[in-house]
Ligand binder design. Sequence first.
Ligand code: AGP
Length: 607
Amino acid sequence: MCGIVGGSSKRNVLPILVEGLKRLEYRGYDSAGVAFTANKKITQVKTVGRVADLESQLKKSDESNNGIAHTRWATHGVPNTKNAHPHSSLNEIFVVHNGIIENHEPLRNNLIAEGYKFISDTDTEVITHLINYYKNAGHDFDSAVIRAIKDLKGAYALGIIDVNNPDFVIGAREHSPLVVGEGIDENFIASDVMALSQVTNKFKFLEDGQIAIISNDNIEILGKNGAPKNIATQEIDSTAYTNDLAGYSHFMEKEIFEQPTAVSNSIEGRVLESGPQEGIFGAGFEEALVDISNIQIVACGTSYHAGRIFEYWSHKFLGINCRVDYGSEYQYQEPIKTQKTLLVTISQSGETADTLASLRFAKKTDNPITLTICNVANSSMCRESDYTMLTNAGPEIGVASTKAFVTQLSCLSLLLLTLMKINNKPENSIKKISKALMDLPKNIQQTLEDLEPYKKVAKLIFNKNSALFLGRGMYFPIAREGALKLKEISYIHAEAYPAGELKHGPLALIDKNMPVLAVVPDNEHLDKILSNIQEVAARKGRVFSIGPISKTEITKEGGHINIPKTLDLLNPIISIVPMQLISYYTAIYKGTDVDKPRNLAKSVTVE
Ligand code: AGP
């Protein structure tokens, strides 16, 4: 979950590396560093904190044609300069690393026995010494890298430079993403295309086990054993990868307001009033899914919550058994052979290590039909799944997922409609849902018109220590997503409960200092959840409710936020927007770093 960038150019590469790091800060921001070749030596600059701090530490006179850079999300070793990347071996080999080396301890012990001294607490330092070790044993720079990575167990994307080969940068990947950017008189490596979209729109996507040797006029890709590999260059629309605030104060705010357009982009051309279009999940999807008897969803965090809503849809509208697991759990369960299963991975980034490992685990153990619902074309999940539906949300920079969630749910609605069609469900139901889905951008837009109610709730809760979120049925995952949003950006402890479960324990927590946010549906659960709200109010709990009902005041002290009413199955998608905004304003009133909350990173590429 660190970001790496490296490049070799005929011009000064340092501003390009720093800009690349700024675009990668979503992957981690505990510390940052750069190493570059100049005057027959390698200079490194490292700092705790943000890329902007690193930039201010670089001297105006610093110039280089070759370098590597890193922004860190700490795994091994606290965030300090000693642990910041790049790491060097005897000031000769410098390495930046994203991932975790699982066998770093035995490797470290062997290298210590060989006389190498370790100065950091990181797992990465073993890689630098290992390459140095193989160079000293007689290997060239590139063959020393190939030999060294054979000893590594775990996940890595690497950028490596060598003082004796000042015109080259070597990249390598195994279970962590790495792209090669092709420029004119310059070439690059980076964790994602966004890091390089200011310099090129031509990319090669490395596969696991491959290494890239780049100089300003050449790119050589090699396989695990050093055999040359041909990878096609793909042109990627770089205008889709801007990371500009467009007048908003934070990316999270911008991304919340982009939701109507994002949902439009994710359904446009895929659904008409008559129903979903053929082939929107890829050619042959409909034929492949005839007779599926199980749906298994695997995802993490916000994407997991989207999956949990689909679980309700699948049971109610398809009668197909659907199970949803966290990526970190699914991959370690006993493999069970199922009959014709559709495995759906949901991921904004397409690189989340736990979800990706689960996809690989399922392919090995149960051989299901695999579909990924993902926001990043060419990500590992897209490349490794049989079928893909891109969410088309556009880049999501804020660590707290917002537009990724609503677009995942839009795509899952398309999956529901496609499966309804395959399973001969009534045409009028398909048409009704399709039409409502097409109106969703408009419904979401309405929730963004008056921000005062959200600010009012935020003002009442920002100084509290905890909050409880309640929901029932398919609104329970919405309550969970609301709680996740509040806790991750405002650091207020927030827990979600199925409303009916309150009296089985959590009611003991209720007093005037415990705000309760309840999602109220306009369905068969309404009366029950209103009773649950009364149970809270009777104990002086302050209840804020959100839902498509016109009750203006549910409790005197709290209040009700009315949202547009659509079909019950789509209303959860609308009801998350007020929760996102309440969390956003709560964080603003608390003064936390909204886009880069402490301890978190946008893309979690370690297990
Ligand atoms: C939520 O706001 C977080 N960003 C996090 O829970 C995220 O949804 C999770 O890490 C999964 O990421 P993915 O969608 O990229 O796989």
